[in-house]
Design a protein around this ligand. Structure first.
Ligand code: NAG
Ligand code: NAG
Length: 622
């Protein structure tokens, strides 16, 4: 028997047909193990500054001495504004900046999300670099309220002190922009959006005023978050926050420069994700990866710096943590050194990595080493899709004509006689199935409708007022659970058609996740992992089996994961309503896609899987 005939008979070998679920499982297991291996030394690298021009920590810093008195005076002035109105406060902050020689302006903004208004006014000043031609600028900023919503005067006072101090230097080859926003998420987003827009941004959900004065292309931004009591506490470490909106990251060189300035030059330890006491052990590295995965997949802002990443402006927040012996002057010197390093740059940071996973402040994994983990998980869906596709093209042979494919178009296989006549005919299992035509129109149309319908939950959960969100989620959960059995019951389709639908839906999921993996690895990895039951459910012939499969699907569904996530956040006093409102704000005001991925990628695939499960019970037996 020729090779091709052997291969053709292999095509229906029962072993091969049983293989796909194991292959899918293997992909998922290898993907997870892959991630667990990343903390090992073999797969990660020591960070290094690859842009030579940056010269981190090579400059002597002069911030200190008399600046301390200025700092204390500014902090007192800021403290005096604690009960003042925003307008009055901004006037005082603006006056201080103006006295330091900056051009000052204000920018009101408002967002409407989840039925609430988020409004405020940014105040900012531009210090024209003596040697600058207004084509490039760097930013230092602080929020009046930090990311946790606490009012702290020291961060604002330090930024104002630095502005005054910088204004007396003649080394600047770029403009320096100083921004004080009322809070740390929406203020910076509004400011940077307006900076890159030529007119005010007025939509149904946003009213962002244009910026009266602007400078050149933004090179880098450094935010200071100094959460201490009104009269200053000494701190232990600097926590470097780097996650941007939608999981975009700043160039690794900026982060490396900050770390090398802080630890190399100033002897201040650095931490990531607030993990203190990192011992560089396997466990600590894994914890850092997990924290990074969580924030990156959520995609929400993690500080004032997050707003800049969508515009490819490298930005980080330096946040003081712990109780130690470093004071505001050390933080000021770190910022000075960092800003002067950026000032040395002749072009945008581009040498180092934009895609990385950090294990600690000076170890990272680059994209080539971690991307396969998400790709393997996405690949497991492709394998299942192909298996379902093959199965959907097979039907049991009609009873009356056993093993006699008389129908011309019934089979592309070699005639049975040929197979039987072969010398090893005994090895060839007697085929119990015949190949049949698939109907593509109905499954494809249904899949398209499911995808279109997925915009309904997304729209409702992002546009309804806050108090309506929990009941809407409950209703959506109930309807989503009813949808797959109803669809497979009502559709004029047989089990094989529904299997085709399931196959197409898995193929789409796999393609979407592997594309997403290159943009936001964490989101693709976690979404793939949570959706993994979809790779294993098959049409069930018996009702109990279908109920069991469906229960597994329901346990890991977009709805249950939303509830689970909200329950996990309960501790922070947000409750379901607070968490859903936060998601809605993320979608509406921050432009975070995570909700879109959950409802418009995962949810349709989930419904497709459910339809497949019930297809065995409800599919028409034609
Ligand atoms: C937008 O905000 C500006 C400044 O606060 C205000 O003058 C304007 O009326 C607002 N526009 C709308 C449509 O709300
Ligand atoms: C003045 C003020 O509200 N300071 C706050 C700064 O942040 C700390 C927590 O880190 C608060 O305890 C202080 O009350």
């Amino acid at each position: 028997m020729g090779l091709s005939a052997r291969l053709l008979t292999l095509r229906r070998s029962p072993v091969l047909l049983k293989l796909p679920p194991y292959l899918s499982a293997a992909c998922i297991v290898v993907g997870v193990v892959w991630l667990l291996l990343l903390p090992l030394n073999e797969y990660s690298r020591q960070t290094y500054v690859s842009e030579n021009a940056i010269l981190p920590g090579q400059v002597h810093t002069y911030f200190g001495g008399s600046e301390h008195n200025v700092f204390r005076a500014f902090r007192q002035e800021a403290y005096d504004q604690k009960d003042a109105s925003e307008g009055h406060r901004n006037a005082v902050l603006g006056r201080i900046m103006r006295e330091s020689g900056l051009k000052v302006a204000e920018q009101p903004y408002s967002y409407y999300a989840a039925g609430e208004e988020i409004a405020g006014t940014n105040v900012y000043g531009i210090l024209q670099g003596p040697r600058a031609d207004a084509t490039e600028a760097m930013i230092i900023m602080a929020g009046w309220k930090n990311f946790e919503g606490l009012v702290n005067y020291s961060g604002v006072a330090l930024v104002l002190t630095l502005a005054r101090y910088f204004s007396r230097w003649s080394i600047w080859s770029k403009d320096i922009i100083v921004i004080i926003s009322p809070e740390s998420t929406y203020g910076p987003i509004a400011w940077v959006d307006a900076y890159h827009s030529t007119s005010p941004i007025v939509t149904a959900t946003q009213n962002i005023s244009a910026l009266p004065i602007k400078s050149g292309a933004l090179q880098a931004a450094v935010a200071i978050d100094y959460p201490v009591g009104p009269w200053g506490h000494r701190f232990d470490k600097i926590d470097i926050q780097y996650d941007g909106l939608n999981g975009a990251l700043p160039n690794l060189d900026l982060l490396n420069t900050a770390v090398s300035v802080a630890s190399g030059q100033m002897n201040i330890g650095c931490s990531l994700h607030g993990i203190s006491g990192h011992k560089d052990s396997y466990n600590d590295r894994l914890r850092t990866i997990a924290a990074g995965l969580a924030t990156q997949s959520l995609g929400h802002a993690t500080g004032p710096h997050s707003a800049f990443m969508p515009y490819h402006i490298d930005a980080i927040t330096l946040k003081t943590v712990g109780d130690g012996w470093h004071d505001e002057m050390s933080l000021g010197r770190v910022t000075e050194s960092l800003i002067r390093s950026v000032n040395n740059l002749l072009e945008h940071l581009h040498q180092s990595f934009f895609f990385y996973i950090l294990l600690n402040a000076n170890r990272f994994v680059s994209i080539g080493n971690y991307l396969p983990a998400a790709m393997l998980i996405a690949g497991s869906f492709t394998i299942s899709a192909l298996a379902l596709w093959v199965q959907s093209g097979r039907a049991p042979l009609p009873e009356k004509t056993p093993a006699q494919p008389t129908d011309e178009k019934a089979s592309a296989l070699p005639p049975m006689e040929l197979v039987k006549a072969g010398p090893d005919a005994a090895l060839v299992p007697k085929p119990a199935l015949q190949s049949v035509d698939r109907h593509l129109f109905l499954p494809a149309l249904t899949l398209l409708s499911i995808h279109l319908a997925s915009f309904i939950p997304l729209y409702l959960l992002t546009h309804l007022p806050r108090s309506f969100l929990p009941p809407t989620l409950h209703a959506l959960t109930a309807l989503s659970l009813l949808l797959p059995p109803t669809l497979s019951h009502l559709l004029p389709a047989n089990t094989r058609d529904l299997q085709t639908l399931q196959s197409l839906s898995l193929l789409l999921l796999s393609a979407t996740l592997s594309t997403l993996a290159t943009l936001n690895f964490s989101l693709a990895f976690l979404a793939g992992l949570l959706a993994s039951p979809l790779a294993f459910v098959r049409p069930c012939r018996s009702l109990p089996a279908a109920v069991l499969s469906y229960a597994v699907l329901a346990a890991l569904s977009p709805m249950s994961v939303t509830y689970g996530f909200a329950a996990w956040y309960w501790g922070r006093g947000m409750g379901l309503e607070g968490v859903l409102a936060e998601f809605a704000r993320g979608w509406e005001a921050q432009g975070v896609w995570t909700m879109g991925v959950v409802w418009c990628v995962w949810w349709p695939a989930w419904v497709g899987g459910g339809v497949g499960v019930w297809g065995g019970v409800f599919g028409k037996r034609t």
